[in-house]
Design a binder for this molecule. Structure first.
Ligand SMILES: Cc1cc2nc3c(=O)[nH]c(=O)nc-3n(C[C@H](O)[C@H](O)[C@H](O)COP(=O)(O)OP(=O)(O)OC[C@H]3O[C@@H](n4cnc5c(N)ncnc54)[C@H](O)[C@@H]3O)c2cc1C
Length: 425
């Protein structure tokens, strides 16, 4: 039997890793290297992710995979400091005391009540039908919404912020509120997550699997059975396909209707710049949320999280989600986006431009589903109604209510479980 996996991101790699050796595996990836959204730049002699990445202690599948691959020693848990920029000042927001300094007392009391309430909710199903905004205002009032949640929702979902469900919010609060009195600990692989991707790819090849560069333009289905894929004008016959590409792409390349699957899932894109700098920009803030008119949603000073000695220079990400291909962040050329970002950076940090040694810009259209009201019902199944067609990725249940590297690894594994349940390997 032959399985083709469309996409060599973490979901595709995880599925291939679990299936290789039991079946003939071929991953087809349209980019020159595997890794997808978790892939890295090679700058001089080091790797750095194209989009900022860290993990949480609750990321069980990913952590055990890192250990299984013998990379456990590279995983470190470090303080991930956060700050909040408003009224021309950065407020640290790591400990309850710092939050107390940044927000009015009544807001802190109401916010604490919201967090306690959110943590007590075990079944989020009903909250899929409620807007996060409405639930926040009902629970803690307008002021907490405007002062605390609005800038976060704006930076995460832009124009879609008012559509997001309370189920998503509850999931986020439950993951992010376990920070104790000293602040939150975040995980990172020293040397970068590139080592994880490389090790997975090596293990797949060692077990007889192959990873090939190419773009799948067609999935051939005949009489309800998968027959093969077209890649750059060549047909590759196969018995099974695991598709990890976004629902819009899948809808375009499959030659039949996928009954029972709603592929109309709203996704958003990301434009993420990485700057190499001569000097640090912020004092001990890794993650900065911003309440100010600037063309980006967050600034992530990576070398305030991982020691600068790993790189020999300061690294800072400046990022924004965008909601449609008409956005200037998608329409402008790279220089145009960087120029826009630099103007905003100069506003917050005068003299920023003079610290820049180099920059890179990464943009992708389908980087995250928008977890809008009703999204829970759109989560796509691992096994579809077409014989031999399976799905795993950001749209899977393992990635709900928030997509992550862990979620995509878990989705890849669970998708293979669905194949195994069929007893066809
Ligand atoms: C800005 C940003 C920051 C993030 N930060 C974190 C973080 O801190 N922690 C965390 O855990 N997660 C983070 N994530 C999320 C995480 O990186 C992703 O959820 C995960 O890597 C997605 O893996 P995937 O395999 O499901 O999808 P993808 O990585 O998108 O993989 C799909 C692959 O399919 C390929 N493909 C698509 N169409 C075709 C085709 N027709 N033919 C062939 N190949 C095709 C694509 O090129 C891609 O490589 C972040 C994401 C973004 C955008």
């Amino acid at each position: 039997m032959k399985t083709v996996i469309i996409g060599g991101g973490l979901a595709g790699l995880a599925a291939a890793f679990k299936m290789a050796g039991r079946d003939e595996i071929l991953i087809i990836e349209k980019e020159p290297e595997p890794g997808g959204i978790a892939s890295s730049y090679v700058i001089d002699n080091y790797h750095i992710e194209k989009y900022y990445h860290h993990i949480f202690a609750s990321d069980k599948e990913l952590i055990s995979l890192i250990e299984e691959l013998g990379l456990g020693k590279k995983l470190e848990w470090r303080k991930g400091t956060t700050g909040y920029y408003y009224n021309g000042k950065i407020y640290p927001m790591n400990t309850p005391l710092e939050i107390l300094k940044a927000l009015p007392l009544m807001d802190v009391i109401r916010l604490t009540w919201l967090v306690l309430k959110a943590k007590g909710i075990k079944d989020r199903t009903l909250f899929d039908e409620i807007k996060a905004k409405d639930w926040i205002i009902d629970t803690s009032g307008e002021s907490v919404y405007n002062n605390f949640f609005l800038p976060l929702l704006q930076s995460k979902f832009g124009d879609n912020k008012e559509k997001v469900s309370a189920a998503w919010l509850l999931g986020r609060v439950q993951i992010r509120s376990n920070r104790g009195t000293k602040g939150e600990r975040l995980g990172y692989m020293r040397g970068g997550f590139a080592a994880l991707i490389e090790k997975m790819a090596d293990a797949i090849r060692q077990k007889g699997g192959a990873i090939r560069n190419g773009q799948v333009s067609r999935i051939e289905v005949e009489n309800g059975y998968v027959r093969g894929v077209d890649v750059d004008g060549v047909t590759i016959k196969c018995d099974r396909i695991i598709s990890t590409c976004s629902p819009h792409v899948l809808e375009k390349i499959i030659n039949t209707k996928l009954l029972g699957c709603d592929l109309d899932i709203t996704y958003q894109g990301t434009a993420c710049a990485l700057f190499g700098l001569t000097e640090k920009v912020m004092d001990d803030v890794y993650w900065l949320n911003i309440k100010e008119e600037v063309p980006f949603g967050a600034i992530i000073e990576h070398t305030n999280f991982i020691p600068v000695s790993d790189y020999g220079e300061r690294l800072i990400y400046v990022t924004s989600y965008f909601q449609s291909p008409e956005s200037v962040l998608w329409q402008l050329d790279d220089e145009g986006v960087i120029d826009m970002y630099l103007k905003g950076l100069e506003k917050l940090f005068p003299g920023f431009r003079s610290k820049v040694k180099w920059w890179r810009l990464r943009r992708d259209m389908d980087t995250a589903p928008v977890y809008e009201v009703g999204y829970g019902k759109k989560v796509l199944p691992y096994k579809t109604g077409i014989n031999g067609l399976y799905l795993a990725g950001m749209f899977s249940e393992a990635n709900y209510p928030e997509r992550s590297m862990n979620g995509s690894v878990a989705a890849g594994f669970r998708c293979v479980d669905a194949v195994l349940t069929e007893g066809i390997l």
